[in-house]
Ligand binder design. Structure first.
Ligand code: 5AD
Ligand code: SF4
Length: 458
């Protein structure tokens, strides 16, 4: 699976090696950390390759067909490793977690008999008992119940005890989706919207800050639909009051949930970064209707206008799907027009992937693969140009950079601008966790270089 050498160093008694491979979105990244938390008391320590691991967990993504198919090829390779280990008198437990486990758990059990356990995103707190069950069971142990409330309760205590691994941390505030965009599997894999109570979110935030975290990223599939006793704007304002919180971000948002209150927070909460990921998917109102987005292109543009009125320097990022059923050249050009009008600092764009069971999969006018590829190339060329223009525009500006660790070369440090751009500069390791003002001296498509003011002047 990897080119890394197997980790076969002798281990102290009771220590078991855990390898988790994470695919997909920020929710999966967060969940993988929580799985590590749950397994730590059982003696599991993290390792960075499947070879030599006692337990391998694939945390999977179901959003596009390619990602889903990859799971089965990975399982084939893991089976070979497991067979090798058994031949040598050892063993390896294989677990599939995440959205593919949720959506296709039974198919995995049938097609990949080497899998020992299958666990959906709402059931990670059951991992210890599932591991025990899988050791006894003949087939794979399977758990895919929807119990977000139970999951958050069970994982919250563990989260508060965890060490800060970086200056920035995700805090999950909401899970699931009730929007039912016609292309999307999320409402089926993650279930209905559930908001975690604000007190629990703020307690986790305080615990992280006490351990050195400076940036809090509130995450949820529909994060701005948050309603855990207060709105997301309320939560942001409360988090900004916690001493030590330098930056707050949130992702991923739906345009229809950009309330006036939340837009206003961009104007008056200093810690809230002037950067927002706001997926639009298409610039064609006809396609947006077919996607069941429940807003048109003009409504998106109005939100952007309001955001810019609240915070002049706000930069935007987005998601786009090209080749949605019924998209013709005309509709695609409307997407290009919207991109030109908004001017994005950064964006993700995808070819539509037909997902069985979603309404769009059965729609007429499925777009030919070559046409979709050609449109994706054109869209990405435009988005790349905008990203480069945005990065170039930072040259000569002074920006506050949150320093998060060493850079690639000795003496170099790495940090993030308020717009999430990677910034490299020469500085000391003692700066980790500090927000330092740098003069931006260079830009490329994916990063900036900066210098402390004295160096920039020299
Ligand atoms: N095909 C292609 N892209 C998709 N996304 C979601 N579902 C699909 C699909 N069926 C994209 C959307 C979403 C992002 C996370 O993934 O752009 O915002
Ligand atoms: Fe993928 Fe969606 Fe699941 Fe995240 S929630 S892992 S994007 S299918």
């Amino acid at each position: 699976m990897t080119d890394r050498p197997a980790d076969r160093r002798p281990q102290p008694p009771g220590v078991k090696r855990l390898y988790i491979e994470t695919h997909g979105c920020q929710m999966n990244v967060y969940d993988s950390e929580r799985m590590r938390d749950v397994l730590r008391p059982l003696g599991f320590v993290q390792t960075d390759a499947p070879e030599g691991a006692d337990l391998v967990i694939l945390n999977t993504c179901h959003i596009r067909e390619k990602a889903t198919e990859k799971v089965f090829s990975q399982l084939g390779r893991l089976k070979q490793e497991k067979d090798r280990r058994r031949a040598a008198g050892g063993d390896m437990t294989i677990a599939v977690a995440g959205c593919v486990a949720q959506a296709q758990g039974e198919e995995i059990a049938r097609r990949a008999p080497a899998v020992d356990l299958i666990v959906g995103p709402q059931s990670y707190h059951h991992l210890p008992e599932l591991i025990a069950r899988s050791a006894r069971a003949k087939g794979a142990a399977l758990e895919t119940a929807f119990t977000p409330e139970e999951k958050f309760d069970a994982l919250a205590d563990l989260a508060s005890g965890r060490a800060a691994e970086s200056v920035s941390a995700f805090v999950s505030v909401q899970e699931g989706c009730d929007k039912f965009c016609t292309f999307c599997v999320v409402p089926y894999t993650r279930g209905a919207e559930y908001s975690r109570p604000a007190e629990a979110v703020l307690a986790e935030t305080r615990a992280l800050v006490a351990r050195g975290v400076r940036e809090i990223v509130f995450i949820g599939q529909n994060v701005n639909a948050y309603h855990g006793g207060m709105s997301l704007a309320g939560l942001i304002r409360a988090a900004a009051e916690i001493p030590g919180v330098a930056r707050i971000r949130y992702t991923t948002s739906h345009p229809n949930e950009m309330s006036d209150d939340l837009i206003a927070a961009h104007g008056d909460v200093e810690a809230l970064t002037p950067f927002l990921h706001l997926p639009v998917q298409s610039g064609s109102s006809r396609i947006l209707t077919a996607m069941n987005r429940k807003h048109d292109a003009a409504a998106y543009l109005r939100i952007v206008e309001k955001l810019r009125a609240a915070r002049r320097d706000i930069a935007l990022s987005s998601d786009f799907i090209v080749g949605f059923p019924g998209e013709r050249e005309r509709e695609f050009e409307e997407t290009l027009a919207l991109v030109r009008e908004v001017g994005f600092a950064q964006a993700f764009s995808f070819k539509y992937s037909r997902r069985p069971g979603t309404p769009a999969a059965a729609m007429p006018g499925q777009v030919d693969e070559d046409a979709a590829s050609e449109r994706l190339q054109r869209l990405q060329a435009l988005l790349r140009t905008q990203q480069r223009t945005f990065n170039d525009a930072q040259i000569g500006r002074r920006l506050p950079v949150l320093v998060d660790g060493p850079g690639r070369h000795p003496g170099q440090m790495h940090g993030r601008s308020p717009y999430l751009q990677a910034v490299h500069f020469e500085g000391g390791a003692d700066l980790v966790g500090a927000v330092t003002w740098l003069e931006i001296t260079g830009a490329s498509l994916n990063s900036l270089s900066g210098a402390t003011s004295e160096k920039a002047l020299a």
